[in-house]
Write a protein that binds this ligand. Structure first.
Ligand code: 26W
Length: 828
C-alpha cells in the first residue's frame, strides 16, 4: 500500500509522527513507501512503548527510593487482550495518535485491529487478574503481577461443518510482541527432581536433578491518568545450558536435545482446562512443573528485591504481601518455608510465622471437581524436599487440631493436607488456607458458601475473621470507555464532569439517574445501543458472511462452556421459542418480539458434553435461521473463537445478557458487570455477583428466575431417590428434548449423551428451573415492548454500577488485607 504522506515527514513534523516514522525506519527496518497496516501498528506500538518506558522507569525508581510495602499478584493466567488502545487511552494520547496516523495515511481503527490478543488465560480468573493490574496502576498501588510467558495462549476455536469444536494452536508471538521487554539478565535456576535429605530441626537439603532457567519478560501496565506504570513479570523457561555437553561428548546427541526440549516445554502452552478434574487425577507432571517453576522464580525475584534493602528477613511481612490467585501458586508456601529453613537458617516457628503473614489466598470456585489435588508420588518425584515440608506442616497442624478437638478423627481426616486413597493426594486448598493470613471468596454468596461448606472446619478451627469477601470488579476503562466510546462520551457530556473523574470514581455515574426522565437523553442513549448492534452485525457479516437483523432484541450469553453455566438451558429455551413460533399463525407471529440470540465460548478440549452443547447450538442456528416461517422473529448465532476483543464488540451491543448458572455454582461472574455497565439488562439466577448487581440496580431492573441455593441440595436428593419422569415433571422441556431426539436438528443420535444428562440425574437442575426460565424470558419480551420504560431500566442499570469498579475491589485488598498504600509518582 502506498502511503504517500509517509514520505513527506521531515524535521518539522510533530513529535508523534516523527517517532512513528523513526520506528518504521530503524526498529522495523522498513521503508515508508511499502508500509502496511501491520507495520503501522508495530511502529505506533513502539512509539507508545517509548512513552510507557519513561513512566515505568520513574515508577520503579520511586518505589526503590521510597521503599513502600509492595503487593504481588501471583496468577497462572493473565487474560490481557489487546494493549495499544488501552495504553493510548490510559496515557491520554488517543486523539493525538489518531491525528498522527491519519496524517500518515492510516486509520487508527484499522491499525488497532492488527494487534493480536494476549490470551494467556481461560476465562474469568485470568481476566480478573488483568482488570486488577489496570486498577492497581490507576490507584497508584505498588502492585506487580507474576505469571508465565506461554508461547501458545488459549487455543483458537474453529467450528467444523458438522458443528464440532476444533482446536488450533494460538502462536500469538509470531509477529514479535512490542509490549514485552526481555530481561535476559534477570534469571533464576529452578530445580526439579533430585533427592532431598533431612538434616534435623525441620531443615533439609535438596540436590541433583534437573535445573531449568527462568528468564524474565516485563510487560508495562500503565495507570489511567497517573504516571504510575507497574510491571507484569512473565517467566520463560530455557535450558540451563543450550546443550548438555557431557551427554554430547558421550555421543548421546538425542539425550542432549531431549533435555533442552523438556526445559522449553514448561512455558510452552497454557492449559485450556478450567473447572475440570481430569488434569490432576491423571497426574499432569508438566502442569505441576509449570506451577513450581513460576512460583519459585517469582519468590526468588521478590526475595532478591527485598534483600537489596538490607532488612533482616523477619521483616519480610512488613514489606511484602503475596496474593495467591486460586490454589495454582500454593507451592509458594512450602517453597518459602524451604528457603527460610534450608537457606536462611531460620527455625520452624520463625519461618512459619513469616509465611503465614505474607500470603493471602483467593478462592474462585466451590465446585468439588475444580479443587486442586496433586498425587503424593508425583510431588515426591518432582519436588522431594517440598513433600517433606508439606508433611511437616501437616504434622504440626494436625497436632494443633487434635489439641482443640481431642479424638475427633473424622475432623482430622477432613482437615488433613493429605487425602487418603490410591494414590494419596495433597489438598492444595487446605494448604493455601493454613499458610495464609486471609482467605477470601469473590462475591458475598460465594464467600458465605466457602465459609459454610468447603472450608467450614477451618472456620471453626481458626475463627471466622480470617475468612472474608472481596466482591470482584471490572475496569471501567476497558469495559466502557474503550469498548463503548460513544456511550462514554455521552456520559461525560451528561454528567458535566471530566471523564477522568467518573472513570476513576465510578460511583459518580449515579448522576445519570436524574436524566432517565429526559426524553432527548434517552433517544441518544438508545441510538448508541443501535449503532453498537450495527457494529456487531458488521462483524458477523465480515467474519461469517451472515446477515444479522439489527431491529431486534440482542440476547447474549458468552462465557466458557460448562454444564454448571447452563448454555444448554439457553439453547433448549431457544428451541422452545422456535416450536412456539412455528405453532402460531403468521399474524400472531408478527406480534411477537423479534430476538437475535448470540452464543460464544470455548469448551475444554476433553469436555465431551460441553462440546455437544456447541454442536447443538450450531445446528439449531442452522435450522432456525433458514426457516422462512420464523427467521424474521428468531435468529441464533454461535460466534467462534470467543476472546477479550470479541467481548468488546458483543457487550456494548446487548439488550439482555444471560447469567443462568445453577444457584450456588458461579462464584461471581464478571461479564454480568460488564453488560450492566454498558446498559444491557441482566437475565439470571440468584447466584454469584448477580445478587449484588440486583441489590445495587434494584430488583425491578433485573430478571431473576430459578431455585435458590438452599434448595439445590434437596432437589438433587429428589432426583436421585424420588425421580419423577420428565414428561410429568416438565412437559415443556420434555417436548423440546424429544424433538431433538427425533432429529429436528440433524444427527439425532449424536445428542443422546447430552440429553441423557437431563433425563438421568440432571445434576444442574435444568428440569427444575426450565418453567421459570421460560416465564422470565416472556417477562423480558413484555418489558421490551414498552421501549421507553426499557431504556429507563437500561440507564438506571448503568447508573448504579459504581460498586463494580475493580478500583474499589483492589483498594479493598490493599487496605483490608495487604496493608499496602498508594505511592504517588510525581508528574514531571
Ligand atoms: C482445573 C484447573 C482450574 C480450576 C479452576 C483452572 C482454573 C480454575 C478457575 C478457578 C476458574 C475460574 O476462572 N473461576 C472464575 O473466577 C472468576 C473470577 O473470580 C469468577 O467470576 C467466576 O465465577 C469463576 O468461575
Amino acid at each position: 500500500v502506498w502511503k504517500s504522506a509517509l514520505r513527506d515527514v521531515d524535521a518539522d513534523s510533530p513529535a508523534i509522527i516523527k517517532s512513528i516514522v523513526n520506528h518504521v525506519q530503524t526498529s522495523l527496518a522498513r521503508q515508508a513507501y511499502n508500509l502496511d497496516d501491520l507495520g503501522a501498528y508495530q511502529a505506533a506500538a513502539l512509539s507508545v512503548r517509548d512513552n510507557l518506558l519513561v513512566n515505568w522507569n520513574e515508577t520503579q525508581l520511586s518505589y526503590t527510593r521510597k521503599n513502600p510495602k509492595r503487593a504481588y499478584y501471583l496468577s497462572l493466567e493473565f487474560l490481557m487482550g489487546r494493549t495499544l488502545d488501552n495504553a493510548l487511552l490510559n496515557l491520554g494520547l488517543k486523539e493525538q495518535y489518531r491525528d498522527s496516523v491519519k496524517k500518515l495515511g492510516f486509520s487508527v481503527e484499522d491499525i488497532l485491529d492488527k494487534e493480536r490478543d494476549a490470551a494467556l488465560g481461560n476465562g474469568g480468573l485470568g481476566r480478573l487478574a488483568a482488570c486488577y493490574l489496570d486498577s492497581g496502576a490507576s490507584t497508584e498501588l505498588p502492585l506487580w503481577g507474576y505469571g508465565l510467558r506461554y508461547k501458545y495462549g488459549i487455543f483458537q476455536q474453529l467450528i467444523s461443518p458438522e458443528g464440532n469444536q476444533l482446536e488450533a494452536p494460538d502462536p500469538w508471538l509470531e509477529n514479535s510482541n512490542p509490549w514485552e521487554l526481555p530481561r535476559l539478565d534477570v534469571n533464576y535456576e529452578i530445580r526439579f527432581y533430585g533427592h532431598a535429605d533431612r538434616l534435623g530441626d525441620g531443615k533439609g537439603i535438596w540436590q541433583g536433578g534437573q535445573e531449568v532457567l527462568a528468564v524474565a519478560y516485563d510487560v508495562m501496565i500503565p495507570g489511567y491518568g497517573t504516571k504510575t506504570t507497574n510491571n507484569l513479570r512473565l517467566w520463560e523457561s530455557k535450558p540451563k545450558r543450550g546443550f548438555d555437553l557431557n551427554s554430547f561428548n558421550a555421543g548421546n546427541y538425542e539425550a542432549a536435545v531431549a533435555s533442552s526440549n523438556s526445559a522449553d516445554a514448561i512455558t510452552s502452552v497454557l492449559y485450556p482446562n478450567d473447572h475440570t478434574s481430569c488434569m490432576y487425577r491423571i497426574g499432569k507432571e508438566l502442569r505441576l512443573k509449570q506451577q513450581y517453576f513460576w512460583t519459585a522464580a517469582s519468590l526468588a525475584d521478590i526475595l532478591r528485591r527485598f534483600k537489596q534493602q538490607g532488612k533482616p528477613i523477619r521483616e519480610l511481612p512488613d514489606f511484602v504481601a503475596i496474593q495467591l490467585n486460586d490454589t495454582h501458586p500454593t507451592l509458594a508456601i512450602p517453597e518459602l518455608m524451604r528457603i527460610l529453613l534450608d537457606e536462611e537458617d531460620l527455625n520452624w516457628e520463625q519461618a512459619w510465622s513469616i509465611v503465614t503473614n505474607v500470603f493471602f489466598y483467593t478462592n474462585h470456585t466451590v465446585l468439588p471437581e475444580a479443587l486442586e489435588k496433586w498425587a503424593v508420588p508425583l510431588i515426591e518425584h518432582v519436588l522431594p524436599r517440598h513433600l517433606q515440608i508439606i508433611y511437616d506442616i501437616n504434622l504440626f497442624f494436625l497436632q494443633a487440631v487434635e489439641r482443640k478437638y481431642p479424638g475427633d478423627r473424622e475432623r482430622l481426616a477432613r482437615m488433613s493436607l493429605i487425602e487418603e486413597g490410591q494414590p494419596k493426594q495433597v489438598r492444595m486448598a487446605n494448604l493455601a488456607v493454613i499458610g495464609s493470613r486471609k482467605v477470601n471468596g469473590v462475591a458475598e454468596l460465594h464467600s458465605d458458601l466457602v465459609r459454610t461448606t468447603i472450608l467450614k472446619d477451618f472456620v471453626d478451627f481458626e475463627g471466622v475473621s480470617k475468612f472474608s469477601n472481596v466482591t470482584n470488579g471490572i475496569t471501567p476503562r476497558r469495559w466502557l470507555d474503550q469498548c463503548n466510546a460513544e456511550l462514554s462520551d455521552l456520559i461525560t457530556k451528561t454528567l458535566k464532569l471530566e471523564k477522568e473523574v467518573w472513570l476513576k470514581d465510578l460511583f459518580k455515574i449515579k448522576g445519570l439517574l436524574e436524566f432517565t426522565e429526559d426524553a432527548a437523553f434517552r433517544k441518544e442513549w438508545w441510538a448508541i445501543k443501535q449503532r453498537n448492534k450495527e457494529r456487531l452485525a458488521h462483524y458477523v457479516q465480515t467474519t461469517l458472511g451472515l446477515t444479522v437483523r439489527t431491529d431486534a432484541m440482542f440476547d447474549v450469553q458468552i462465557k466458557r462452556l460448562h454444564e454448571y453455566k447452563r448454555q444448554t438451558l439457553n439453547i433448549l429455551g431457544v428451541i422452545h421459542r422456535y416450536l412456539t413460533l412455528k405453532a402460531l399463525s403468521p399474524a400472531e407471529r408478527k406480534k411477537t418480539n423479534p430476538r437475535v440470540v448470540f452464543f460464544a465460548g470455548k469448551a475444554a478440549p476433553a469436555y465431551y458434553i460441553a462440546k455437544l452443547t456447541i454442536r447443538l447450538i450450531v445446528n439449531v442456528a442452522r435450522i432456525v435461521n433458514a426457516d422462512p416461517d420464523t427467521k424474521d422473529y428468531l435468529q441464533v448465532y454461535f460466534l467462534p473463537d470467543y476472546s477479550v476483543s470479541l467481548a468488546e464488540v458483543l457487550i456494548p451491543a446487548s439488550d439482555i445478557s444471560q447469567h443462568i448458572s445453577t444457584a450456588g455454582t458461579e462464584a461471581s461472574g464478571t461479564s454480568n458487570m460488564k453488560f450492566c455497565l454498558n446498559g444491557g439488562l441482566l437475565l439470571g439466577t440468584v447466584d454469584g455477583a448477580n445478587i449484588e448487581i440486583a441489590e445495587e440496580v434494584g430488583e425491578s431492573n433485573v430478571f431473576f428466575f430459578g431455585h435458590l441455593t438452599p434448595a439445590v441440595e434437596d432437589l438433587r436428593y429428589q432426583h436421585l431417590y424420588h425421580p419423577v419422569p420428565l414428561q410429568e415433571k416438565c412437559p415443556a422441556l420434555h417436548r423440546v428434548i424429544e424433538q431433538i431426539s427425533a432429529g429436528l436438528f440433524n444427527d439425532a443420535e449424536v445428542y443422546e449423551p447430552l440429553l441423557n444428562t437431563i433425563r438421568q440425574n440432571d445434576y444442574y437442575l435444568l428440569s427444575d428451573d426450565f418453567d421459570s426460565y421460560i416465564a422470565a424470558l416472556a417477562m423480558v419480551d413484555e418489558a421490551y415492548q414498552d421501549r421507553d420504560e426499557w431504556i429507563k431500566k437500561s440507564i438506571r442499570t448503568t447508573a448504579q454500577m459504581g460498586k463494580f469498579s475493580s478500583d474499589r475491589a483492589i483498594l479493598e485488598y490493599a487496605e483490608s488485607f495487604w496493608n499496602v498504600e498508594p505511592v504517588t509518582v510525581k508528574k514531571k
